[in-house]
Design a protein around this ligand. Structure first.
Ligand code: IPE
Ligand code: IPE
Ligand code: MG
Ligand code: MG
Ligand code: MG
Length: 295
């Protein structure tokens, strides 16, 4: 596969489907539907839905019917960004190259736009069941996303992340935060797709290993880019972590060791895919891109 073409096609597919599924901006109350669309269509790499679709491709399962499920993952991610940027959290003004939701719509409306994206995501995850997908597998996949976005993942990570501000953390504690706040939703994107294919436990374990390493490589790089990235290319401010006195990989290990560690996680993620055929090439390419990204 030509991976750049593959990713471009997936991106288009996801963006089209998001546009099709999200309530139109002119519906009342307009501020709500506008705010939902504002953050979703501000840009964004769509990594989580792409990973979901790439996992279905790796396991050679048709993806069409599950496109709304893929979009749900992006909505959950986007809600998490809106809330992450709030003054009570990271207090950032720029996201995906635009003023953050609370800068544009006010704090109350931003909180509610986030809530709406999260709840609407559940409607989308249910949709494949109405189109004929196996409901028992779908239920298991929804449970996986629920855990990873919530009490076994992202929420816990964000809670620990706030709690850790101004405190000294060791590497284990930092890894725990990163695995939860960022890794878990990546893991959900990959594992929920695997659940839908009914793969065996061996395959699930390998994909889980890939996902965990992907998540760590990704968030270590996010921390690195918060120090040396280009705010213009990133579409979000740099120096946000230092401003909030967060412990990060660069603050603990320095830049060079952080980069080396991110690379190690990429190698480990690739190793987890050793037994997979060419159909996993998109997954391989995606994790290689993670550490070389500029945004
Ligand atoms: C940013 O995620 C937030 C983190 C979990 C570090 P992305 O870098 O995937 O953001 P978008 O979706 O491309 O804007
Ligand atoms: C945020 O991590 C993770 C979630 C939104 C769950 P960061 O706070 O590091 O993300 P950015 O750097 O603001 O995108
Ligand atoms: Mg944060
Ligand atoms: Mg942040
Ligand atoms: Mg960050």
């Amino acid at each position: 596969v030509n991976i750049d073409l593959y990713l471009k096609e997936k991106l288009q597919l996801i963006n089209q489907e998001l546009d099709h599924l999200l309530p139109e901006a002119h519906l009342e109350p307009q501020i709500l539907h506008q705010a939902m669309r504002y953050s979703v269509f501000a840009g964004g790499k769509r990594l989580r839905p792409v990973l979901f679709l790439a996992t279905l491709d790796a396991l050679q399962k048709p993806a069409d019917i599950y496109l709304p499920f893929a979009c749900a993952l992006e909505l959950i991610h986007t809600y998490s960004l809106i809330h992450d940027d709030l003054p009570a959290m990271d207090n950032d003004d720029l996201r995906r190259g635009l003023p953050t939701s609370h800068k544009k719509f006010g704090e109350g409306q931003a909180i509610l736009a986030g809530d709406a994206l999260l709840t609407f995501a559940y409607k989308l995850m249910v949709l494949p069941g109405k189109m004929g997908a196996s409901t028992s597998k779908l239920l298991a996949a929804i449970e996986e996303v629920t855990d990873c976005a919530g009490l076994k993942g992202m929420i816990v990570g964000q809670v620990l992340d706030i709690d850790a501000e101004k405190k000294d953390l060791d590497l284990d504690q930092l890894q725990k935060i990163h695995s939860n706040k960022t890794g878990a939703l990546f893991a959900a994107s990959i594992r929920s797709a695997a659940i839908l294919t009914d793969c065996n436990t061996e395959t699930m374990a390998r994909l889980t290993g890939y996902a965990e390493n992907f998540g760590l490589a990704f968030q270590i790089t996010d921390d690195i880019l918060d120090v040396i990235g280009d705010a213009g290319k990133m579409g979000k401010p740099i120096g946000s972590d230092q401003k909030q006195l967060k412990t990060t990989y660069p603050s603990l290990l320095g830049l060079e060791r952080s980069k080396a560690l991110a690379k190690e996680h990429v190698e480990q993620a690739l190793y987890c895919l050793n037994e997979f055929s060419d159909s996993a090439d998109p997954l391989r390419a995606l994790v290689r891109k993670v550490i070389n990204r500029e945004n």
